[in-house]
Design a binder for this molecule. Structure first.
Ligand code: SD4
Length: 320
C-alpha cells in the first residue's frame, strides 16, 4: 500500500465513526406513538400497547400491557401460559423490561406465574437488583401479590408427551417451530422508548436452561438517546453476540436500524460458516421512529403499529 493510500485509509477509519456519531445526534426524536414486536401474535400485543400510547400513557406501560396479551394467551406456545415445557415437562419463563431511563428488571426460570414481565417490572421498580431467578423470583412474585397457577395446558402437555416418545428420533421442530418469543419495543408521545421481552424459551430445553430473553443486552436493549432492539430465536447465539446491545450500538455508529439488524445477524452467520441451521431475528426502533427487522432464515414476521397501521410484515431471510 502506498503511504498516501495508507494515510487515506487511516483517516477513513478514524474520522468516519465521528462523522456518523454526529449523524445520530442530529437525528430528530419522533413523538408519534409507534410499536414494533416479533411474530404474528405481536399484532394483538401491539393493539393493546397502542391503546396505552393513544391515551398518552408511557412507553413503559405500553410495552408491559402489550406483551401481557401474549403471556395470557394459551394458544401461543412459547410465551406465558401454554408455553412449551422443558424436557421434564415444566414450563419455565424468562422475561425482562427496560425503560427510557436505562432501568431494567428481569426474571428467569420462573415457574407457575403467568405474567413474568410484570414480575420483572417489580424487580426493576421495587429492588436495587436487575435479575431474580427460579424459586427466589417466584417467592418475590408471590410476596407482591402474583397468583400461583398451572401454566402447562392440556395441549402443551400432549405435545410434550408426543415429543418425549420421539426422543432419539429426528426432532421434527423446524428452525421457526420451537419458539415465538415476543420482544416488543415502543415509543410514546413524548418520544421516550421502552422495551419488553418474554418467553417460555426453547421448546423441550434442558431443565434449568435460560436463554437470551431475560438478559439485558441480549434479548433486549433500550438506549433512549439512540434506539431500542429486541431478539427472537436461538438464544444461545444472541447471548454470545450480545445481540440487542450490538444492534443499538451499531445504530449509534450510524447504521440504519435495518443495517444494524443485518450486521448483528451477519456476525452469527459468519461464526456458523455462512449457513446456520437455526433462526435468529432482530427488530429495532430508532429514536426518530425508523424501524428495522431482519432474520437469518425465512419465516420471521414482525408486527408494526403506528398512527395509521397495525400490520404484520414478512421478512425475507438473509440466507434463505
Ligand atoms: C430463547 N430466544 O429462549 C428465546 C426463544 C425464542 O422465539 O426467541 N423464541 O432462546
Amino acid at each position: 500500500m502506498e503511504r498516501r493510500d495508507f494515510i487515506k485509509t487511516g483517516l477513513i477509519t478514524t474520522v468516519a465513526p465521528t462523522l456518523l456519531l454526529a449523524n445520530i445526534e442530529t437525528i430528530k426524536r419522533a413523538r408519534n406513538p409507534i410499536v414494533i414486536s416479533t411474530w404474528k401474535h405481536g399484532v394483538k400485543a401491539n393493539e393493546e400497547a397502542m391503546k396505552v400510547l393513544f391515551s398518552k400513557g408511557s412507553a413503559l406501560d405500553a410495552v408491559e400491557a402489550g406483551v401481557k396479551i401474549s403471556e395470557a394467551d394459551p394458544t401461543i406456545q412459547s410465551v406465558g401460559i401454554g408455553g412449551r415445557p422443558d424436557k421434564d415437562g415444566h414450563v419455565t419463563l424468562d422475561a425482562c423490561i427496560m425503560d427510557s431511563q436505562g432501568n431494567a428488571g428481569s426474571v428467569a426460570y420462573l415457574q407457575d406465574i403467568k405474567h413474568p414481565v410484570s414480575v420483572a417490572r417489580k424487580v426493576m421498580e421495587l429492588t436495587d437488583h436487575v435479575m431474580l431467578v427460579g424459586q427466589g423470583a417466584k417467592s418475590f412474585a408471590i410476596t407482591h401479590g402474583f397468583k400461583e397457577e398451572n401454566l402447562l395446558t392440556e395441549e402443551s402437555r400432549k405435545a410434550w408427551l408426543k415429543w418425549k416418545m420421539k426422543q432419539g428420533k429426528k426432532d421434527e421442530l423446524g428452525p421457526n417451530d420451537d419458539h415465538d418469543t415476543i420482544s416488543l419495543l415502543a415509543q410514546d408521545s413524548v418520544g421516550n422508548l421502552s422495551g419488553a421481552c418474554t418467553t417460555s424459551g426453547l421448546a423441550y430445553k434442558i431443565s434449568g436452561r435460560v436463554g437470551d430473553s431475560p438478559i439485558i443486552g441480549a434479548g433486549l436493549y433500550v438506549d433512549n438517546e439512540i434506539g431500542a432492539a429486541g431478539a427472537t430465536g436461538r438464544g444461545e447465539e444472541v447471548i454470545k453476540t450480545t445481540g440487542s446491545f450490538l444492534v443499538v450500538e451499531l445504530m449509534r455508529q450510524g447504521y440504519t436500524p435495518q443495517d444494524a439488524c443485518r450486521e448483528a445477524l451477519g456476525r452469527i452467520i459468519r461464526r456458523h460458516g455462512g449457513n446456520p441451521g437455526f433462526q435468529v431475528a432482530y427488530i429495532a426502533l430508532r429514536k426518530d421512529g425508523e424501524i428495522g427487522a431482519a432474520a437469518i432464515r425465512k419465516g420471521f414476521k414482525y408486527a408494526l403499529s403506528s398512527e395509521n397501521e397495525n400490520k404484520l410484515h414478512s421478512v425475507k431471510g438473509i440466507i434463505n
